[in-house]
Design a protein around this ligand. Structure first.
Ligand code: ADP
Length: 351
């Protein structure tokens, strides 16, 4: 199902902001301490050994820094990076120019790598393992394989759905890192740094308020900072105070928990239409007229983390916290299904 235009528009603006505010060096990357430490070790070692970095897979919800790491690492090594994405690579020929253009030690970043077709995936295996591609010339009886050597490059894959990646593909990444949501303090630091980059004075309490209401995600913090900056400039002298930040975020319909309209619509649909669940993601998506991918990649991870919903083998279930947020009282059936500590966590999916 097509995404709603309003979502696409926001994403385009967000992407432009992301590009302007993206850290360029490792020391500018905030949070993700353990990931940073491990990557810095490999980075140092490869510099000393004069080797290319092993292939790296990043997984985690959108906006947590996968592309950031994929651009910081080549910067640190003084090498280049080519950027593409799984859906843009529909056949092996689409990938070939990236592989043949790759310089010794350079990076190739494939976003949404789980959406790369199987035929492209199989084409990339020898490139990752032996730095060669096998091109089949001719057809039928006359077909022959031409093996072409490549320069040693580093493939960085990013995915919001590591479960959708095939086993053989995943095994070829020698480094695999999962990115987690950020703490409020880490996000507040990102907001302060980015406000300074935008030459916008901001009160520490205002930075904290934006951080608290950014769903643990730097990309959302950037978008909310940008909106608050517009608001403060239009309604006052441009300086972001706590009062202005609160008013701006209230106006953008971001609630005190940091949930936005889409989050609340999700919970209202789950509770109002499906009596709190359990219900499948597809049914929720169809009722909300939104793509199931958007729901499971962008909306659900944070609602799960904050325990507004849980996943059971029979589908999504609203928790008491969700009922309380919406000021609703569970009906008997869903009250049983969602009674927090007793039954909820008994039948969670392992994922
Ligand atoms: P992803 O590729 O996971 O969707 P990005 O790397 O594009 O996410 O991150 C979105 C934006 O969030 C970046 O442009 C950057 O401004 C900010 N950001 C992400 N991670 C960090 C971080 N660790 N420190 C500082 N800013 C970050």
């Amino acid at each position: 199902m097509a995404r709603q235009p309003v979502v696409q528009e926001t994403r385009k603006e967000d992407r432009e902001v992301d590009a302007a505010l993206r850290p360029r060096w490792m020391h500018e990357v905030i949070g993700q301490k353990a990931v940073k430490q491990r990557l810095s070790i490999v980075l140092n070692s490869c510099k000393k050994l004069k080797e290319s970095l092993p292939h790296i897979l990043f997984d985690g919800p959108p906006g947590l820094g996968k592309t950031t790491f994929a651009t910081v690492l080549p910067n640190e090594l003084g090498t280049s990076v080519q950027l593409t994405s799984g859906p843009a690579l529909s056949k092996p020929a689409d990938l070939l120019p990236f592989l043949t253009n790759a310089e010794e030690g350079s990076f190739l970043f494939i976003d949404e790598i789980h959406r790369m077709p199987r035929v492209v995936e199989e084409f990339i295996y020898p490139a990752m393992e032996d730095f060669r591609v096998d091109i089949i010339l001719g057809e039928g009886m006359n077909a022959r394989t031409l093996s072409m050597p490549l320069k040693r490059f580093t493939l960085v894959g990013a995915t919001t759905r590591s479960g959708m990646l095939s086993g053989p593909m995943r095994d070829r990444f020698k480094i695999q890192e999962h990115l987690e949501f950020y703490s409020v303090d880490e996000l507040a630091e990102i907001v302060r740094i980015n406000a300074a980059k935008l030459q916008t004075p901001i009160e520490p309490a205002a930075a904290l308020e934006i951080a608290r209401r950014s769903r643990g995600t730097p990309r959302i913090a950037n978008a909310r900072l940008t909106w608050t900056r517009h608001y403060a400039t239009s309604e006052s002298d441009g300086r972001i105070t706590l009062e202005l930040a609160q008013a701006a975020l209230d106006m953008a319909e971001v609630d005190r928990e940091g949930l936005d309209k889409q989050d609340r619509r999700y919970l209202e649909t789950l509770i109002g239409v499906f009596e709190g669940g359990p219900t499948g993601c597809e049914a929720l998506a169809a009722t909300m007229s939104i793509s199931a991918d958007t729901l499971s990649d962008e909306v659900e991870p944070y609602l799960l983390r904050e325990q507004f919903i849980v996943r059971s083998p029979r589908g999504r279930v609203a928790t008491m916290k969700a009922y309380q947020l919406l000021g609703r009282v569970p009906k008997k059936k869903s009250a049983e299904a969602t009674e927090p500590q007793k039954s909820l966590f008994d039948d969670l999916e392992s994922s």
